[in-house]
Design a protein around this ligand. Structure first.
Ligand SMILES: O=C(O)c1ccccc1NCC(=O)[C@H](O)[C@H](O)COP(=O)(O)O
Length: 213
């Protein structure tokens, strides 16, 4: 399968090397203090600086203000911003204009009532991340390892390229792609051995499963 792969929540040089070595197209760095995957700006700089050209370095932020985004953007060599909070379509457009970087907006899906938001954000973002909605009691707005009913978006398209996320893992990603028609996928906890600890063998298994299919 010619699917583009994002490995999110990388926080060590070893996990970055594993993702790059396995053929990931996007690497995600999480800036969210409560996350077990959180990185400082200095850490993200060091992780991103030697990533080979062509592999997209993505900063994931949650309801970030301009000051935080300015600081991240000034220090970390980035190719994309991922907005994973309650950013409005207007705020998405503002961030795109301010930084001149492609912006991917995450939209949580749990039921058919959530699907129209994908149209709204697809009109203003460069990409949309179609993710599972976080459970009500979750501490994190993403990276919870839960899936949604993929039939809700089967073979759909929007105005922007999109990426499937939420509970993907080496043993279900091929089925998820077949059912939804996703051309890009994103994974975090499905390639970890513990919360915030990436597992190189699982990263390889995830990428290999897709390439073999
Ligand atoms: O991963 C986190 O810790 C995180 C924290 C705050 C906001 C978003 C977060 N992750 C979002 C991602 O991009 C995940 O890759 C996506 O939600 C899928 O996660 P998973 O179900 O664990 O594969």
């Amino acid at each position: 399968m010619d699917t583009r792969i994002k490995i999110c929540g990388l926080n060590t040089p070893e996990s970055v090397a594993a993702a790059v070595g396995a053929g990931a197209n996007y690497l995600g760095f999480v800036f969210f203090a409560k996350s077990p995957r959180n990185v400082s700006i200095a850490q993200a700089h060091d992780l991103a600086i030697d990533v080979p050209p062509g592999v997209m370095k993505v900063a994931l932020v949650v309801n970030a203000d301009d000051a935080s985004l300015d600081a991240i953007n000034a220090a970390v060599p980035l190719d994309m911003l991922q907005l994973h909070g309650h950013e409005t379509p207007e705020r998405v457009a503002e961030i795109r204009a301010r930084y001149g970087l492609p912006v991917m907006k995450a939209v949580g899906v749990a039921s058919s009532a959530d699907v129209p938001a994908l149209d709204r954000y697809g009109a203003v973002a460069n990409q949309i991340l179609v993710d599972a909605k976080a459970p009500k009691d979750a501490d994190l707005p993403g990276g919870n390892g839960v899936s949604f009913d993929w039939r809700l978006i089967a073979k759909r398209g929007w105005n922007a390229p999109w990426m499937l996320a939420g509970g993907l893992a080496p043993d279900n990603v091929v089925e998820a792609i077949r059912l939804t028609g996703a051309k890009q996928v994103d994974v975090s906890s499905g390639v970890e051995s513990a919360a915030g600890v990436k597992d190189a063998a699982k990263i390889r298994a995830f990428c290999d499963a897709i390439r073999r299919a």
